[in-house]
Each structure stands twice: as C-alpha cells, then as structure tokens.
Unconditional design. Structure first.
Length: 509
C-alpha cells in the first residue's frame, strides 16, 4: 500500500509538473495580452515560482513527516498540490496563476521526500534499486499522461465545447475554458489527485522506523517555532523572482540571486540545526550531527546540478518544439508573421503547435521512464558515484544533440527528445535511491527534503537567468543558451567524487 501510494503520488506529481510546459505558451499569451511583458522572462518566472515553492514545501512537509508521521504529512501534501493546481485554471492574471502555482508546488515538494522516505523505510534494502527506479518512472508516466490528455482535448475540442453547452454551462464560460488550446480546462483537471488523499489516509501504514523513533521521544525535539527558518528561507528566493518580474537592472538581479541562495541555505537548514542541538542528534552512531549537515549540503549540490539542467534547459523542450514548428508552419503558408494568417489558418496553427508540444513531451516522457529505471539500476550495479558520473556525461551529450543537432521538427527531432528526456531524467531514479541512504531515520524526511529541494532554488535561479539570456542575447531562441546551461553537468562529474559511496550498506539509524 505504501509503494502504491508513493507511485501514485509521484505519478500525479509528474502529471502536475507536465501541465505547465504544455500550457505555458498559450497561458502567457492569454494572460499577458496587451502588456509589454516578455513571454520568455515570464516563462522563467513561472518555472522559478514552482521551484521555490517546491523547495520550501520539501523542507516544510519533510519537517512535518519527521514530527507527525510520514502518512499524515503525505496526505496533506497531496491535497495541497491537487487543489491549488486546479485553482490555476481560474486565474485571471499571470500573477494570480504564479501565486496558485507556488502554493501547489509546496505540496509537490513535500510529497517527493515523504513518499520516498516511507517506501525506503518499509521495504528491504535489497529492493532499493528497483523501488527508486519505479517511483521515479511513475513521475514521468504522469508527465506523459497529461500530454496525451492534451492531444485528445485539442482533437476533440468541438465535442467538449458541445458537451459543456449541453450541461448548461454559460457560453462565455465555455469560450473562456476552451480558448487558447484549452489551457484552463487542463489546469482544472489537475485537481483530480485530491481523491488520492482518501486512499493514503485509510490504507497506507505508517513507517515502523518512524514509530520507533516516536516511542523513544526523539520526534519531540522538533518545535513549531523552528519553522520561522522556512519564512527566512523563502523570502530570499521570492525577492529574486520579483527582481526578474519587474525587470530590475542586471546588478540588482545578481544581488537578489545571491541573497536568495544564502537565505535559503540558512533558513531551510535552521530546523535541522536546532533539532540536533536540542538532543535529536544524540545516539546517532552511524552518522554524526556534523556529518549529517555536511551530507545535506552535498546532497543539495548533487541534486541542484541535475535540477538546474532539467528545469533550465530540458523542460523548455516543448516550447522549443513550438517555436521550431511555428517557423515551419509560417514558411509553409508563405508568410512571415502570424498577423498575415487568416483566422482559419491561425486556428490550424494553434492545433499544429499544440500537437508538436504534446508529442515532444510524450517522447521525452517515454525516454524519462526508461532513463529513470536505468539510472537507479546503474547505481545499484556500478556504485552510486560511477553511475552519477556517467549520467552527467550522457545527459550533456543528449541535450546538446537535441538543441543543436536537430534541423527541424520531425522524426530526428523526436528521437533526440527521447534521448534528452531519458538521460536528464535518469537522476530522478538515482536521487531517490541515494539520498535516503545519507540520513538517519529521525531526520531522513527533512534531510533529503532539503537536499533535493534546495537544488530547486538553484534551478529557479538558473531558469530566471536563462529567460533573461534568451530574451537579451539570443533573440528569443533556445538552442545555444539551453546547451550552455547544460554544461553544469561537467561540475557534477567532479563533485560526485567527494560524496560517500553507499552501495550495499544499510540505511543509517
């Protein structure tokens, strides 16, 4: 039951994360109409808002999971991301959608660390490789699922419109829901995972390891006032987002990024430091309190490298496909701009671009499912460090091929998307396997929650800067800046050798 809950939770995580790459272009085109705001910069802002929220949620719900139990905290996290993802479909401005997306991402970040902690503590150590691969693959199944729903919805938009009218939905509401590739309908579908909370609460058992820690009284070392650190940790990244949203000078944006990273580092580790100081670190034999903190920082760097490349570069694959196919469509119509198209041609173009975005995401998702499982199995076979090194090398090569080596949208483009999605997603099989192995039971949820989710702050900063680069230096084009950002994988090939090798070792107590 715990494994099913974790798989479904991650599947719907991927479902929610896959929504925005698909709807980003039509959503921003709709909500920014009539303003001078840059679509590319706002694309980076939306990604950063999600990443900052997920980072905060990973620590917040990880803290709850270590204090009140894995199952109760996971129920709250799923409910949060489901309800507020659906609320995005009701947004009337880009700022409102950004707020709802931020709150939804709190729950997504929490579900990641809680589901992994629960499964790894309940299942035997010999199963960890397959389990990590399955859980990570589930996220990418969800990523593909929403793309398939998008294709069906766009192909049958007339039927859906008729059905809504038959249900006596006011015509103006129907028009709003189905306009611009029906992005609002897709977002409303995001509320579906809320039903998963009933299953989790009724059928999923609590971790026996956590119950044992509770019986010892060690969970009492967590105090509510420690969450003040989360407020501090969140303020810096939000200032960073605002600096880009209001297009402040480059030097102010750079200072905002530095402030964001420092405040997140200090604020998000604050609850753990106080927990260890109060006595929560007593009797930790296999991992000392000092080593626990060092592993949190190291895990954050390893996660950050993978997340920065994924969110700054690979996640823009559907948008890249949109631009490539749009240029081809205009050439086919012998026009230079969308304004020269007839209304019928514009409608046809919208459908063509929606399919290009969706098929790119589906092929990336197929590759990601395979890559996630293989990433975990590679770590189980060759060791954690060698596997991470090889995954970094393969990821850079595949991302460079996708953005620089594809002449146009077609079979070669989709094959390259398959490899880029598979290689870059392989870390999401590696991370669920490795991060739980770094931390003792009493701080496992919050420890790996910080390690994985602080990486999202780094990725948020990278996504914002990439949006600025694309607009300022590359005339709105993706290939070169996305490939440059992916070179962060080379840093990972160096850092990994300072990490402990945990292959064949039991989870720390």
């Amino acid at each position: 039951m715990a494994l099913i809950a974790a798989i479904l939770g991650w599947l719907f995580d991927g479902f929610e994360m896959g929504l925005f790459p698909l709807v980003m272009k039509p959503l921003l085109t709709d909500l920014l109409a009539g303003s001078n705001a840059s679509l590319e910069i706002w694309e980076g802002i939306m990604h950063a808002g999600f990443l900052v929220g997920a980072a905060t949620g990973g620590v917040l719900f990880g803290w709850l999971g270590d204090r009140i139990g894995r199952v109760r905290a996971m129920t709250l996290s799923v409910l949060t991301y489901a309800l507020f993802s659906g609320a995005c479909g009701l947004g009337t401005s880009a700022g409102m959608v950004l707020l709802f997306r931020f709150i939804a991402s709190l729950g997504m970040g929490g579900e990641w660390s809680l589901g992994v902690s629960l499964v790894m503590e309940l299942w035997p150590g010999t199963s960890r490789g397959w389990l990590a691969g399955l859980i990570g693959a589930a996220s990418n199944v969800g990523f593909m699922l929403i793309a398939a729903i998008s294709i069906v919805m766009n192909d049958f938009i007339a039927t859906i419109t008729s059905a809504l009218v038959a249900m006596s939905v006011p015509p103006e509401v129907v028009t709003k829901l189905t306009a611009n590739s029906a992005w609002r309908l897709l977002m409303l579908v995001g509320a579906a995972p809320a039903f998963l909370t009933f299953f989790i609460r009724i059928f999923v058992p609590e971790s026996e390891r956590w119950l044992e820690e509770k019986s010892k009284g060690s969970t009492k070392h967590f105090e509510s006032k420690d969450l003040f650190g989360l407020v501090l940790g969140c303020i810096g990244p939000l200032v960073m987002i605002l600096a880009y949203a209001f297009q402040r000078p480059a030097w102010e944006q750079a200072l905002a990024v530095a402030f964001a990273l420092i405040s997140a580092l200090v604020g998000f580790t604050h609850p753990v430091r106080l927990f260890l100081k109060r006595g929560g670190g007593e009797s930790l034999i296999s991992v000392t309190p000092k080593e626990t903190m060092r592993r949190m920082y190291l895990g954050a760097v390893l996660s950050g490298i993978a997340l920065l490349a994924t969110w700054g570069s690979v996640q823009r694959g559907p948008s890249f496909a949109n631009d490539v196919r749009k240029a081809e469509f205009l050439a086919e119509q012998n026009v230079k701009s969308v304004g020269e198209l007839s209304p019928e041609a514009k409608g046809q173009m919208d459908r063509v671009l929606a399919r290009a975005r969706a098929w790119t995401q589906i092929t990336m998702g197929i590759g990601a499912v395979i890559g996630t499982i293989l990433g975990a199995l590679m770590a189980d076979r060759f060791g954690r460090r060698i596997a991470y090194f090889l995954l970094c090398l393969l990821s850079f090569a595949s991302v460079a091929w996708f953005f620089l080596g594809t002449p146009g949208y077609g079979t070669t483009f989709l094959i390259a998307a398959l490899f880029a999605g598979g290689a870059s997603a392989s870390f999401y099989g590696w991370l669920p396997l490795y991060l739980p192995e770094l931390f003792p039971t009493r701080v496992r949820a919050i420890g790996q929650g910080f390690a994985f989710n602080f990486g999202r702050i780094l990725a948020g900063a990278g996504s914002l800067y990439l949006g600025y680069m694309i607009t300022t230096f590359f005339e709105g084009k993706y290939p070169i800046p996305c490939t440059l950002l992916a070179s962060i994988y080379f840093l990972g090939m160096i850092v990994i050798w300072g990490a402990p090798e945990t292959k064949g070792q039991p989870l720390p107590e």
